[in-house]
Design a protein around this ligand. Structure first.
Ligand code: ZN
Length: 229
């Protein structure tokens, strides 16, 4: 446990020394599950993933096939294990839709600087990857930090990794991720990475930077091979 915390601290420190989000990108494959997108690493307007509609309660939303299937399993488990009913609010978001949202915000707040405080610039949203979904309690479409205090939000926080998802924007890591705590935004990275990220309790940027430090092997093999430090 102590070693685990130490690893987190080393990784976080290294990430900060690197200038926060300026980290290695181990997955150059945009169709892979660990491709990093944030306010610094934006994606081209030409990137359009293959997505399908999720078969879930809520607004009709799309994701990539593997993420959609995993999310359907997550929703089913939330219901059967904890009687938690969830709904989808926002999934795949095209570059042009991001542009429209950004421009609307810019017009309403009057400046680029102000708009940047509220919404990501086009290409900076990982919703464009087709691997992110904003979720809420059933019959609710509002996204608020209060979701984290509900039984649904708590279940998602504790269990999302079992299905390959991470709660992407953690509390206390705003400087690294560029986002405030968003308990409703989950990102698919696959089970192996999700479990390692969850157990280390670090943001994805830090996890990715661990590739540089050889602690990545530790993080991932600890959970897959049960290697004891
Ligand atoms: Zn989101």
């Amino acid at each position: 446990m102590l070693f685990e915390k130490l690893i987190s601290i080393i990784a976080v420190t290294a990430s900060l020394m690197d200038g926060g989000m300026d980290v290695a990108m181990p997955d150059k494959n945009v169709d892979g599950t660990t491709f990093l997108i944030n306010r610094q690493y934006v994606i081209s307007e030409n990137y359009v993933p293959e997505v399908r509609k999720t078969n879930l309660a809520g607004m009709s939303q799309s994701m990539r096939e593997d993420a959609a299937t995993a999310l359907e399993e997550l929703f089913a488990a939330a219901k059967s294990e904890a009687s938690c009913s969830l709904s989808t609010v926002s999934g795949y978001r095209s570059y042009s839709k991001q542009s429209a949202i950004y421009n609307r915000k810019k017009a309403s707040v009057g400046s680029v600087e102000k708009a940047d405080e509220y919404v990501a610039r086009p290409g900076a949203s990982e919703h464009q990857l087709g691997l992110a979904m904003d979720i809420a309690k059933r019959n609710s479409s509002s996204l608020s930090s209060n979701f984290g205090n509900t039984s649904e939000g708590k279940w998602v926080f504790e269990n999302a990794h079992r299905f390959g998802f991470i709660v992407r924007y953690l509390e206390g890591y705003e400087e690294i991720t560029g986002y405030n705590f968003e308990p409703w935004h989950i990102r698919y990275v696959g089970k192996e990475h999700a479990q390692a990220i969850f157990e280390a309790s670090i943001p994805m940027e830090t996890y990715i930077s661990a590739y540089k430090l050889d602690v990545y092997d530790y993080l991932i093999h600890k959970v897959t091979n049960e290697v004891q430090p």
